[in-house]
Design a binder for this molecule. Structure first.
Ligand code: F6P
Length: 541
């Protein structure tokens, strides 16, 4: 039986050490070691990861790495890459790394090498994307496709949506690409507003092909299309599916020839580089989609080969364990200094919180220590003018990841320098703050000194990449995927299931007939029953 994290001697050594270093200030750590900045920076695969502004000493890092060793992080990576059943509650491999493995690789699951199938789907996607982009895939009336609407939710939406926004500058401007996820009819209205059905392709993305929101939106989209084109045969030229469930795809009326498959060993939130990324491939083309996969692959190589102390996702994860477990940190900020990455924090919310928001171990034992923090964020510099006040002077400790780029996707005057100056300034201000003495020396009136003082000692990492390219985006996503895995290994949780989201879905299914007046409300608690009655009365009126 795997020992609980907190029962391990390496953890107890870390907690003991925490008592000795908890009040050390980053100002002093930097003063004591003039080379701390470059010394605590890792350069790998064109990325610089500066973790010097964290509240760690060399001893902290040694103890965290000893913990990683005790939890067999290296062995657990090998298990993942080998295709072992690491999603234990669902008895499956979690093999998203196979999605970007080269053609020459071989990963055997249940006696079958999965790599040929991965590349067969990639090749079909590429042929289809080229046909649509070049106009040889025509709509029912013979017109070329100009609009793509991706219908999906959660992992079947957030990844391609985020990546499309991030790589907009690389997309074919002649194509309109939209994402429809919410069962709120407003989302449907806005996603289809102004589109000509004869030029619109819907990609129905759903691993299970049973998700309420997606199937409702897909049916509404089909009605919308048929109302405009008037011929049920039109569906075959205007709907394709991405799913693992061929029977359900066929039952919906989509020809399996127009279905792009993936496999149960790809978790929804780890699927954006599978066929779930079809809308992105349509937008940026197969070649640039291939570059995205190369970015993922370079980080897969890095996590497998770099020693743990030079391994970026491992260090990112160990820092999370340190802050949540010892400092009691509850949330973690991710601030991309790139407007194109505006949706990256939302994407990470599913990736990290659906993976590690768990309260039992993989073996089902109650966990007595905090697990995944709340992840949140917004692009800088906008966020500086909204919630950064709390980061600088609030009563909570919020570690932050700053993500920046040396070069802009498109240079506009001196904007990139201004953006980057702000990123570096925020990281420094959080770390070093401004003391009352410094304020007095600057002539600040005494009554304002307490208000203006910033205590500093607020930790952050800086991830500096060259330019937001498809490959760089692949690298960023893979860094966080692997970070989540290492955190899960240390907390001993199954990072690949999501049982917690099932209960609400089940109850919604029961409430729906009551809302329609088909069943009584007596089975519900008094609050839910009264809400249903109130809604029903208003609807009837
Ligand atoms: O509700 C959670 C969830 O199961 C996610 O894990 C998943 O990404 C999403 O729903 C969508 O599921 P599907 O791709 O099967 O429609």
């Amino acid at each position: 039986m795997t020992p609980l994290l907190t029962d391990r001697p390496e953890w107890q050594a870390l907690v003991h050490h925490y008592e000795a270093v908890r009040d050390l200030h980053l100002r002093d750590l930097f003063a004591a070691d003039p080379s701390r900045g470059p010394r605590l920076t890792i350069e790998a695969e064109g990325i610089a990861f500066d973790y010097s502004k964290h509240r760690v000493t060399d001893e902290t890092l040694r103890l965290l790495l000893a913990l990683a060793d005790a939890c067999d992080v290296r062995g657990r990576f090998e298990a993942m890459f080998r295709g072992d059943v690491i999603n234990v509650t669902e008895r499956r491999a979690a093999l998203h790394v196979a999605l970007r493995a080269p053609r020459t690789a071989s990963i055997v699951v249940d006696g079958v090498d999965v790599i040929p199938a991965v590349h067969e789907v990639l090749d079909r996607m590429s042929t289809f994307a080229t046909q649509v982009r070049e106009g040889s895939w025509r709509g029912h009336t013979g017109r070329p496709i100009r609009n793509i609407v991706n219908i999906g939710i959660g992992g079947s939406d957030l990844g391609p949506r985020m990546a499309y926004e991030a790589l907009r500058a690389y997309a074919d401007p002649a194509l309109t690409v939209r994402f429809l996820s919410n069962v709120d009819g407003a989302d449907f209205i806005e996603a289809t507003r102004g589109l000509d059905a004869a030029e619109t392709l819907f990609i129905v993305c759903s691993k299970t092909f049973t998700t309420l929101e997606t199937m409702t939106n897909a049916r509404t989209a089909r009605d919308w299309l048929l109302a405009a084109l008037g011929d049920p045969a039109a569906t075959s030229r205007h709907f394709v599916a991405v799913s693992t469930n061929e029977d359900a795809v066929r039952a919906f009326g989509i020809d399996p020839a127009n279905m792009f498959g993936f496999w149960d060993w790809v978790g929804g939130r780890y699927s954006m580089d599978s066929a779930i990324g079809l809308s992105l491939m349509l937008a940026i083309g197969a070649r640039q989609f291939g570059e995205l996969l190369e970015g993922f692959r370079s980080i897969d190589e890095h996590v497998r080969t770099a020693p743990l102390e030079r391994n970026i996702p491992v260090l990112m994860a160990l820092l999370t364990i340190w802050y949540t477990g010892c400092f009691g940190v509850e949330t973690h900020g991710v601030m991309p200094y790139a407007q194109y990455l505006a949706s990256f924090p939302a994407y990470l919310q599913q990736l990290t919180m659906e993976s590690n928001g768990k309260r039992v171990t993989a073996e089902g034992k109650a966990i007595p220590y905090p697990t995944g923090p709340v992840v949140w964020g917004e692009p800088g510099t906008n966020s500086q003018h909204s919630f950064f006040q709390l980061l600088h002077q609030g009563t909570r400790l919020v570690p932050v990841d700053f993500i920046g780029f040396r070069r802009a996707v498109e240079d506009v005057g001196e904007h990139q320098d201004l953006l980057t100056a702000n990123l570096f300034a925020q990281a420094a201000a959080l770390a070093f703050g401004r003391t009352p003495e410094e304020l007095r020396d600057r002539g600040v009136p005494e009554r304002l000194v307490p208000h203006r003082a910033s205590e500093g000692n607020r930790p952050s990492s800086v991830l500096l990449l060259d330019r937001l390219t498809p490959a760089a985006l692949g690298q960023l996503i893979a860094l966080y995927e692997h970070r989540v895995y290492v955190e899960g290994v240390l907390w001993d949780i199954d990072s690949f299931d999501q049982w917690g989201v099932e209960l609400g879905k089940e109850i919604a299914g029961q409430i729906l007939p009551a809302l329609r007046g088909e069943t009584s409300t007596t089975a519900y608690d008094s609050s839910t029953a009264a809400l249903i009655e109130r809604y029903r009365t208003a609807r009837e009126r």
